[in-house]
Design a protein. Sequence first.
Length: 187
Amino acid sequence: MDAIDLLLRRRSAKTLAEPGPDDGALELLLQSAARAPDHGRLRPWRFIIIRAAARARFGDLLAAQLRRARPASSPEALERERLKAFRAPMIIAVAAVKDPHSTVPMAEQMLSAGAAAENILLAARALGFNGMWKTGGAAYDEEVKRALGLEPADALVAFLYLGTEPAGTDEPALRQDWRERVSNWSG
Ligand SMILES: Cc1cc2nc3c(=O)[nH]c(=O)nc-3n(C[C@H](O)[C@H](O)[C@H](O)COP(=O)(O)O)c2cc1C
């Protein structure tokens, strides 16, 4: 797939299965991430890889967060939350560890981490995988951040679920709604 084709066809996966990226593919994903635009060369991004059995512990974190946020959640809802960790063979949590002393605004440091996350998704597609970008309450939860080795002030910008789409997954038509979002400014 050439680069423009890749961009024009980008979409999230609806379902993902094995195989996930192997170590070689993962390295390419992370190298692609590290090419993200980065004001001030702060490299604010952190990538936390969650795979195999660690997904069960990540699922526990998701369920515990839901219980904290909504104590009345039913056991079924908690189980559904826990199982989200098994939506894909691999999850990459993308965080921005922001430097509060930098002259680069914090928002720009987060945007850089977001760009790194998008690079991962695009690189995954180029390698024959696909992914989904999720956040949810867990991304804003201090306990989840701590469990992943982050500080409360750090921003979890993405949980990238990565794997292989089942054969026969529909390719939706190209989107045409971009024109209404564009204007030509002439001063
Ligand atoms: C920062 C960010 C957070 C997101 N969080 C969620 C989420 O928690 N749950 C969800 O269903 N979609 C989430 N999305 C949207 C999906 O990743 C996806 O882009 C959207 O469903 C549209 O599908 P498409 O990517 O195929 O166009 C998020 C997107 C971004 C950029």
